[in-house]
Design a protein around this ligand. Structure first.
Ligand code: HEC
Length: 146
């Protein structure tokens, strides 16, 4: 529940357009993606049984999350490239490229929800393209773990 208690006020702040702590908020959004992938990936790989309700719930959360990070200007403003961040300098050198990568992920996440997969095969068909965005973007725009 700690995560929820943190996320709700965060959403309220974001909806008013003011982002109090962009660095903390973008990291919080990224951190949410890990557990969602740990639900979705084993199902896509056939290690967990396909359950349409579980899949839709996680896809919806991933999509909500993905739409938020398209606000690149709010979450990666100038001046937040230093400090405790894994965001690569490349983001600020190529804002348009980073915005395009964020938009593509959001579009693929939205498409996955819209497909409303009812079986493993149709889920795999949307999960593949959506999850490729993680690695592609990290490759260019995220610093490697130190
Ligand atoms: C458009 C670019 C982009 C996409 C797409 C993206 N990420 Fe990230 N991710 C980042 C950046 C940039 C950071 C570093 C944020 C910071 O520290 O400021 C990050 C950080 C993270 C972190 C925090 C851990 C760490 O290394 O600090 C996790 C977990 C994560 N991403 C998971 C995912 C997953 C899972 C997906 C796909 C479902 C995904 N991300 C898609 C750009 C992206």
């Amino acid at each position: 529940m700690k995560v929820l208690a943190y996320t709700l006020p965060l959403l309220a702040v974001m909806m008013t357009g003011a982002v109090a702590d962009p660095l903390a908020e973008r990291q919080e959004l990224m951190k949410e993606r890990g557990p969602l992938m740990r639900v979705l990936a084993p199902i896509a790989q056939g290690q967990q049984p396909f359950d349409a309700a579980v899949v839709m719930d996680a896809l919806q959360k991933m999509n909500d999350n993905a739409q938020k990070t398209t606000d690149v200007e709010a979450l990666w403003p100038d001046g937040t490239e230093g400090g405790d961040t894994k965001s690569a300098p490349k983001i600020w050198e190529d804002k348009a490229g980073f915005k395009a990568a964020s938009d593509k992920f959001a579009a693929d996440a939205a498409a996955a929800v819209a497909a409303s997969p009812q079986d493993l095969q149709s889920f795999q068909a949307v999960f593949g393209p959506m999850s490729q965005n993680c690695g592609t973007c990290h490759e260019t725009f995220r610093l490697r773990s130190s």
